[in-house]
Design a protein around this ligand. Sequence first.
Ligand code: SAM
Ligand code: DTB
Ligand code: SF4
Length: 339
Amino acid sequence: MFINKPKHTSLASLLRNNWEKSEILELFALPFNDLLFKAQTIHRQYFDPNEIQLSTLVNIKEGGCPEDCSYCSQSLANETEVKAKPMMPLEQILSSAKAAKELGASRFCMGAAWRSPNSRDFKKLLTAIGSVKAIGMETCATLGMLSAEQAGALKNAGLDYYNHNLDTSPEFYPQIITTRTYQDRLDTLAYVRDAGINLCCGGIIGMGETLMDRAGLLQTLVNLPRHPESVPINMLIRVQGTPMDSAADSDPFDLVRIIAVARILMPASWVRLSAGRSEISDELHALCFHAGANSIFYGDMLLTAENPSHLKDQALFRKLGLREQREIKSEHPAACAHH
Ligand code: SAM
Ligand code: DTB
Ligand code: SF4
C-alpha cells in the first residue's frame, strides 16, 4: 500500500544526484513541522509508512582493530573493556542467524573489527554468507576496506548488502580517524557498487560535528552515482576509554532533523535509526519513524554495545501499529527508480 503515490510523475524523476550544500542546509533550516510534513509526504510515495525493516547484527570478529576511529570500542588505539577475540566459528554464526530469523529479522549483518579482511578469515566468511542465505535471510557484511576482487567474491558468495559508513563530512573526517582517508572509504564503496552489491552507508551524529558537517555527509551520500539503498543514522554511543567518552549530549531534535533530511534527499532508500536507540524514548522513536526512518537494528546487542531488547521493540511496534517487513524484495525501489 503506497499512499499518495503521484499518478503522473515518475518516481525516478524525484531522485537527484546533484544536490548543492545550500539546498540541503535550507532543508535543515525548515520549521520543524514543515520539515516533518515534507519528509512524511515523500516517504509515503515510496514506502508503506507502517512497515519497518529489521536487521540483526552479529559481531563475528570482536576487538583488536588497527584503525583509530575515535568513537569505537574495538580500536586498539582506545583503552576500552573490549578485548580482541578470534573470528566466531561458522556454526555459531549460523545459529545466531537462525535465532535472528526466528525473532523476525529479515537481514543478518555480520560485522568484523578489521581494517580489511585477511584471506583465511575471508574464505570462512564466504562460506558463512552462503549458509545464511540458505536459511532465507538477506545477508549484509561490514568488514572494513575491500579490494575490487574481494567485492566480487562477496557478490559471488551471495552477499546482498555491504555496510561501509562515511560517518561525517570530508572536512571533519580527519579529526575522527587518521588511519585511513575519506577517499579510501569512497574507493571501497565504488568497488562494492561495481560488484553489484547493495550499499548500506551512513554516519554518526553527536561527535562534535557542525550542521555544515551533517549537510556535508548527506551531500556526499546523495550525490554518489546511485543513492545507497540503506542509510544508517547512528547516534554516538559514548564508550568509556574512547576520546569521545565525554562528548556533549545530542539534541534529540537533531536526530529527527537529520533523518527527515535524509528521507527527503534519498526517498527510495531505507533510512535506519541505528546506534543509540537504548538511550531514546518511545516518543522520540515515534518522531524518527514519522520523519521517515523505516529500518532499525533489531536484537539485544549491536556489536559491543547494548540495543533495546527485541521484546521492548515488539511492544513499541504494537503501540505504533508498525509491521515487520517480511517479504524480501529482490529488486530494491532505489535500484528500480534509477534505471
Ligand atoms: N570495521 C568496519 C568499519 O569500520 O567499516 C565495520 C564495523 S564498524 C563498528 C561500523 C560502523 O559502526 C562505524 O562505521 C560507525 O559508523 C558505527 N559505530 C561504531 N562505533 C560506534 C559508536 N560508539 N557509536 C555510534 N556508532 C558507532
Ligand atoms: C552501522 O551504521 N551501525 C552499526 C552497523 N552499521 C555495523 C554498528 C553500531 C555500533 C555501535 C557500537 C557498538 O556496538 O560497539
Ligand atoms: Fe575498526 Fe570499524 Fe571500529 Fe573503526 S569503526 S576501529 S574500522 S571496527
